[in-house]
Design a protein around this ligand. Sequence first.
Ligand code: C5P
Length: 230
Amino acid sequence: RQTVVVIVAAGRGERAGQADGPKQYRRIGGVPVIRRTVDAFRAHPAIDRIVVAIHRDDEALFSAALPGSDPRLRVVFGGATRQASTRLALEALEPNPPRDILIHDGVRPFVDTALIDRVVSGLDADLGVLPALAVSDTLKRSGAAGHVEATVPRAGLFAAQTPQGFRFAPILEAHRKAATLGREDFTDDSAIAEWAGIGVRLVEGSPDNVKLTYAREIAMADEKLARAPS
Ligand code: C5P
């Protein structure tokens, strides 16, 4: 059995503000976000290979963040959406397909061994795996003029994280089908699996496994690492 991780890191990071370049190349605790993410998977014994989808303008940034060569690490160019970047990375693996694939956001550098274990060991022939956390905030739906229209019961609601795990062949097929039908609006791979009729099992996510979307989150991650160097 072979397990490969696809790390999608081809976003432009527009929500974080472009001033210092894409967020996956910012340093937190002195180390680029993408390097922390890649290293978390390099350190895991179940992961055989790593494919990172980057933007074609970011080759120099990527080489600076991860200098040296690593035969287990491969770089491909991503696409216009997260979904397209994932599909392109999966297609790059097709000539030598693994049995299992994990798909992870490059901007979640705090993924840890125990979380990767839960995803890898939860995978089977029939079900994908989604790490998630039960929602703890009270949820509101907004209506006209920013007024509260309704309170949404949070029972049974979870916030999805990555890495999400699947058998390689069916998730690639689901991605291709979505692209062929012009469905390019999925924000994670579990959503594509659900749409394609692949069952997905929930496993416990990690509160530390935050997605660094905004400049504020990057600054907070940097401060946290400064307080508790690893
Ligand atoms: O945009 P969003 O916050 O959903 O991005 C999640 C992850 O997907 C990030 O790691 C980002 O770099 C990646 N992404 C990508 N290709 C895109 C857009 C986002 O690989 N075109």
